[in-house]
Design a protein around this ligand. Structure first.
Ligand code: TMP
Length: 257
């Protein structure tokens, strides 16, 4: 099915193919999981499908709210058609509660609510391990213009407000998440749109009652039960039904070299 398509790019968790029309791209969600800049790798059967379906659900709602995204439509359970954008080389992290690298960096206890939501920028560069950068670096090196940073921050806050409410309504606390943006060129116009994905791979999601982790930290921290946790997120969002069969096999650990 996919072999005759032209592959544009293969990342750690997704493959991009040329789309059916100019200006479109097909995103294929792989079952591969990586952490710590791909030092840790595994194939977790069913993860790609769950991420595609959860991301489709969220991007559709964001589009409906007037937050522009690259998403056009899903093609099948694992693939979606999106608009071709020029990716801005930044990972935008929005945090509501201290966890992960922020907790380590500032010596905060994981789970401490932050005084307000905090936006961080990392320069998207695997060889450098995605270092954190400031607006000064971003504008000085020309990765994004000041007006683009304003647009990105404004959209990030709106996305955080929407996601916080969406997850709270299904008993999930949105701790933090990472998003990416791209430049969409239409005729002579350019605008910034949300790109990439929003899924349990790119968010921290904790059950509000038990504090159970329902995200990729289960893989990063060798906790197991990743597919079951992602399935629970999908079930609570109403994407998959209670009795839908889990599409999974045991996670295979793949040695990195
Ligand atoms: P961090 O605490 O490790 O900096 O992660 C912050 C958020 O960003 C968390 O929700 C996980 C997500 N994230 C990614 O999606 N990709 C990455 O490469 C990293 C490091 C974090």
């Amino acid at each position: 099915m996919t072999s005759r398509r032209t592959r544009i790019y293969e990342g750690k968790a997704k493959i991009l193919y040329e789309g059916p029309e100019p200006g479109t791209v097909i995103v294929h969600f792989k079952d591969d999981a990586t952490a710590f800049n791909a030092q840790k790798k595994a194939v977790i059967e069913g993860k790609g499908v769950l991420n595609q379906r959860i991301s489709e659900f969220i991007f559709t709602r964001l589009n409906d709210l007037g937050i522009p995204t690259h998403f056009i439509r899903s093609l099948n359970v694992r693939e979606q058609l999106v608009r071709e954008v020029e990716i801005i080389p930044l990972e935008v992290v929005v945090r509501n509660v201290a966890a992960g690298s922020l907790a380590t960096r500032l010596g905060l206890e994981e789970g401490t609510a932050l005084p307000r939501s905090i936006i961080e920028f990392c320069y998207k560069n695997d060889a450098l391990g995605d270092p954190m950068v400031s607006e000064e670096h971003i504008t000085a090196f020309g990765w994004a213009a000041p007006q683009e940073i304003d647009d990105i921050m404004h959209m990030s806050i709106r996305i955080n407000d929407f996601l916080t409410g969406l997850f709270l309504g299904i008993g999930i606390r949105l701790i933090d998440f990472k998003i990416e943006f791209g430049r969409l060129y239409e005729n002579d116009m350019m605008r910034i749109v949300l790109a990439d994905e929003i899924s349990p791979d790119s968010c921290r999601l904790w059950d509000t009652k038990t504090n159970d982790k329902m995200d990729k930290d289960r893989f990063r921290r060798d906790m197991g039960g990743l597919v079951e946790a992602y399935q629970e997120v999908a079930k609570r969002l109403g994407i998959i039904s209670e009795n839908e069969k889990p599409e999974r096999a045991k996670p295979k650990l793949v040695k990195s070299d």
